[in-house]
Design a binder for this molecule. Structure first.
Ligand code: ATP
Length: 938
């Protein structure tokens, strides 16, 4: 019967491991599928219910009560009081449109990030129907048997039934960051809290070391984690530096806007002698014109869109803010195996005390031979080879899956380094499955990057030298040599002389120089007289891994990923440095680094973990400025490299997959975890997850990150550039002391700002990365979004073009009507209205040219395809429809003081978009030529 109450849970801790299955309605073969389904129907899914989110109405209303909105509410009210209800309504309408628009953008961005969250499902390994399976963590049910290994996230509360050096990080529950030891034995003590009970493990915690097996006893909201879930759900999306900068920017621009407003107010009062009320309204129009409405939500949306695009290119970004850091990354610290290389290992050589064998065949298919001197050899003919390959295969956890429904090839479950050992053994004629049955594994000292080796203890069928216990160890040759004092040569065990040690290292280095990966295998017969403890749980690496007999080397190829060399080259162009930090051997690392172009020098500096340990920070910093490779480093040491790089002012992206990589992943500006080979713990610590473990995907993500930043600039440039043509007419009016009648009314300014300008601007936020974006050095993170260059370009260049177009069009109508002799601005003069309509329409039309210009920074707009951005095209169409409506619909005419235009007016207007485009194209061409000439001169 399934336990449903806490009393029963406590008794479960007191049961011996073998009684736990039945108590939780399970058995050693796990639940059957139908049992699991039936239980799920009754108990539901293993989910932590989300706390109620903030009400959508409150979020909506939030867009109407921030500082700028309040200013606009007040401005509108003043307009009403001053007897201009139309303007009051317009200003309020601006506020409403802006609020609704912001809400809509935010909502879309939220949806995009939610969708992303669902792309990161978590899985659990279970035994069901007697077989190991991978299921969604939400489908776990009471009675399921879960398998745990280092780095796994635990997804339900469970009672251990097997454990091997298991340590669990329970900090999410207890706040205690030191890992806690967990055992499978019954716990009879009564005065322990649940978290202190050593045979219970809990949802939300993770395995920091060792492995184990446990039976689920609680799921979902009834787990300890579920009970306190409310507390952990208060995580707020913190504002990214970019969003903060934009906030500051909006405030800065608002201050500028208000200063302009005050200036125009005073000028209108004193210079033109306008009455107080109309001067105020005039100033209010200026203020509204300058405020960049919709900036923040648009930026959030374009970040979210970039995140979606990245996910299609195998990079899942967990936080929007990471996108910016990606864009300014200056150094990528990457591991080698699996990220730069394919992690598809194939054993191609064996080395046994001077005898060398070639292994043929590709991939994981066991079709191949072991050859020497052109002859095929099988394990049965060579005792040492038999021992080498049997030891290597038994000391592995990976499983080989034969071709089937899922794949037409042999595939691997587990670590490829281990899988290829089994394949080589099969090629030598060893039946690995049978061997594992005949020599069952009793104990495992799991692989750790720090130890660079793994050991297993097995029971032999027949005793050898009076014992049936044998330990096999495999790992980095230097490490294994340190543990060995004897070596097997042609079936006899002899003392390992210094000369032999250097022969082994020479062989190792020879292979490594070819970029091959080398593992050594040794064994030890565990005899009572050698003080081997009786209890297997007392076996520690210190006790077991000594006095070993060296057997030989297994050499494997792990070719670089084909796309990596190009990605490395791209980084070089983009001014991004790549530093390889690997656990593998220095010469192997160097050879691969050279092959894919990470290092160009003939003798790059290769720093080993040991050297790194002894190096001072000053020395390290000095070395970090040049080409460098870190080899044989422990994951913990990555943190130091990252910190030192950051102290040098670099923006660092770092890759990692293991539990011990977490500190470096967290410290880095961008922590990148591997989606396939990575542990849950690494994924949790990272900012970005690569679904294909591929280095090239990091480079794609950086490209997108850069594109977002430049898109935001494009958007900003566009919305700022209409400010000038909006302000210049008023300035003309003021400084001519009214001799030039006001070319643009306040209502018309508002139309441009919110009506016509918004839609094309939005399109700019969705531009694809521009060609050449990866040919520039990384962005200086200190550089502000609104820099001098952008201000000059927006106000003085684009702004000037728009102002000229507007002024020209305005005078075009006026002069036709005999200006300056006619009193234009008096009353409802249709001639005056036609002229102001022209000024308005000219700004809108020159903005059409400008939006094409803003799409690229240096490239020709024609080169990227003038009409390629559908959102921009749609924005332009809406813009044109709006201006027609304003000009021809009588109700709008009366509100916005517009009048129908003549055919000749329209013809003139049609000149502006191509002309504005042309001017900018010429400037861009000049810029490109200048750059080319500059690079030729270098
Ligand atoms: P990278 O750090 O680039 O991923 P790596 O896989 O070589 O490279 P680690 O996983 O830290 O780095 O492994 C360190 C070393 O330990 C390896 O170079 C190898 O010699 C040894 N090793 C790797 N996997 C195993 C294993 N499953 N069993 C025993 N030894 C191993």
């Amino acid at each position: 019967m399934v336990t449903e109450n806490a009393v029963k849970e406590e008794t479960i801790a007191k049961l011996p491991a073998d009684k736990v299955y039945a108590a939780l309605g399970s058995n050693v073969g796990g639940l059957s599928r139908s049992q699991a389904e039936e239980r799920q129907k009754k108990l539901g899914k293993n989910l932590i219910e989300e706390k109620k989110k903030k009400s959508i109405i409150l979020i909506f209303l939030g867009n109407f009560v921030h500082l700028m909105a309040i200013l606009l509410w007040i401005g509108g009210a003043v307009a009403f009081l001053a007897g201009m209800p139309q303007l009051g309504i317009a200003v309020w309408l601006v506020n409403v449109i802006n609020g609704v628009f912001s809400f809509w953008q935010e909502h879309r961005a939220g949806k995009a990030t939610d969708a992303l969250r669902n792309m990161l499902p978590s899985y659990a390994r279970v035994i069901r129907d007697g077989e190991e399976q991978k299921i969604l963590a939400e489908d776990l049910i009471i009675g399921d048997i879960i398998l745990l290994e280092e780095g796994d996230k635990i997804s339900a509360d469970a009672r251990l039934v097997e454990s091997s050096d298991l340590q669990v990080d329970q900090s999410t529950l207890t706040g205690e960051s030191n890992p806690v030891r967990k055992i499978k034995d019954a716990v009879l003590k009564d005065d322990l809290t649940k978290a202190e009970t050593p045979n219970l493990i809990f949802a939300g915690t993770s395995v920091s070391e060792g492995n184990g097996k446990a039976v689920v006893m609680e799921i979902g909201m009834r787990t300890e984690f579920g009970k306190i879930a409310g507390l952990t759900q208060n995580m707020k999306e913190v504002q990214s530096p970019l969003q903060k900068e934009l906030n500051r920017l909006t405030k800065q621009i608002s201050v500028i806007a208000i200063s302009f407003g005050v200036f125009f107010f005073v000028a209108a009062l004193l210079l033109v002698k306008e009455p107080m009320a109309s001067s105020f309204i005039f100033a209010l129009g200026m203020i509204v014109a300058f405020i960049p409405e919709g900036l923040l939500p648009t930026v959030t949306l374009s970040l979210a869109m970039a995140v979606q695009r990245m996910s299609k290119r195998n990079a899942l970004v967990k936080k929007l803010s990471s996108v910016e850091a990606l864009g300014s990354t200056t150094v990528i610290c990457t591991d080698k195996t699996g990220t730069l290389t394919q992690n598809e290992m194939t054993v191609n050589h064996l080395w046994l005390a001077g005898r060398e064998y070639e292994v043929t065949g590709v991939g994981y298919s066991p079709n191949g031979k072991i050859m020497t001197g052109g002859k095929t050899v099988s394990a049965s003919e060579d005792n040492d080879m038999n021992l080498l390959l049997t030891g290597a295969a038994l000391c592995s956890n990976a499983r080989l899956l034969p071709p089937g429904e899922e794949s037409a090839r042999y595939t691997v479950l587990g670590d490829p380094t281990e899988a290829c050992l089994g394949v080589a053994a099969e090629k030598a004629g060893i039946n690995v499955a049978k061997q594992s049955e005949l020599t069952p594994r009793l104990r495992e000292l799991p692989f750790e990057s720090r130890r660079k080796r793994m050991t297993t203890v097995h029971r032999l069928q027949k005793p050898i030298e009076g014992t049936r216990l044998i330990a096999y160890v495999k790992g980095a040759p230097k490490e294994i040599m340190k543990l060995s004092n004897t070596i097997r040569i042609n079936g006899t065990v002899t003392h390992m002389e210094e000369e032999m040690r250097s022969r082994i290292m020479d062989a190792n280095d020879n292979y490594a120089r070819q970029g091959l990966r080398v593992l050594a295998v040794a064994y030890r017969l565990l005899k009572k007289e050698d003080n081997i403890p009786a209890s297997m749980s007392a076996y520690t690496p210190e006790i077991i891994e000594q006095n070993m007999t060296f057997v030989g080397l297994v050499v494997m190829a792990d070719p670089p990923r084909p796309e990596v060399a190009a990605a490395v080259e791209e980084c070089r162009h983009a001014g991004i440095r790549i530093i390889m930090i690997t656990g593998d051997y220095g010469l192997t690392a160097e050879s691969i680094a050279k092959r894919i172009g990470i290092v160009k020098g003939a003798n790059p500096r290769v720093v080993s973990g040991l050297e790194l340990e002894e190096m001072s920070d000053e020395q390290l910093k000095k070395y970090l400025k040049d080409e460098i490779i870190f080899a044989r480093v422990a994951p913990e040491q990555k943190l130091r490299v990252v910190s030192n790089l950051q102290e040098l002012g670099e923006i660092v992206a770092v890759t990692g997959d293991g539990v011990n990589d977490s500190p470096a992943l967290k410290k880095a500006d961008i922590g990148v975890a591997m989606g396939i080979a990575g542990t849950d713990v690494a994924k949790e610590a990272a900012d970005m997850i690569l679904t294909d473990d591929n280095f090239a995907s990091i480079v794609h993500a950086i490209e997108e990150g850069r594109a977002v930043y430049s898109n935001i600039r494009k958007f900003l440039l566009y919305i700022l550039n209409s400010n000038m043509p909006e302000a210049v007419p008023s300035a003309l009016f003021l400084f001519s002391r009214g001799a030039i009648p006001l070319p643009l009314t306040v209502m018309q300014i508002l139309t441009i700002d919110l009506g016509t300008d918004m839609m094309p601007a939005l399109g700019l936020g969705t531009e694809k990365p521009e060609k050449g974006i990866m040919d520039q050095p990384p962005r200086d993170p200190k550089e502000t979004l609104l820099n001098k260059k952008l201000i000059i370009k927006a106000f003085l260049w684009y702004g000037m073009l728009g102002s000229l177009a507007s002024a020209f069009s305005y005078f075009f109508v006026n002069i036709q009507n005999g200006w300056p002799d006619i009193p234009l601005a008096s009353g409802n003069n249709p001639v005056y209205f036609r002229a102001t309509t022209m000024a308005l329409a000219a700004i809108v039309f020159s903005q059409i040219g400008a939006v094409f210009n803003c799409r690229t920074e240096k490239q020709s707009a024609f080169k990227v395809g003038l009409f390629k951005n559908k959102q921009v095209n749609l924005g332009i169409i809406i813009e044109i429809i709006l201006i027609f409506a304003l000009v021809y619909l009588p109700p709008l005419q009366s509100v916005f003081h517009t009048a129908p235009l003549l055919l000749s007016d329209w013809l003139l207007l049609c000149i502006w978009p191509p002309l504005v485009l042309l001017f900018e194209e010429v400037r861009k061409l000049w810029l490109r030529n200048k750059k080319q000439a500059g690079s030729k001169n270098l």
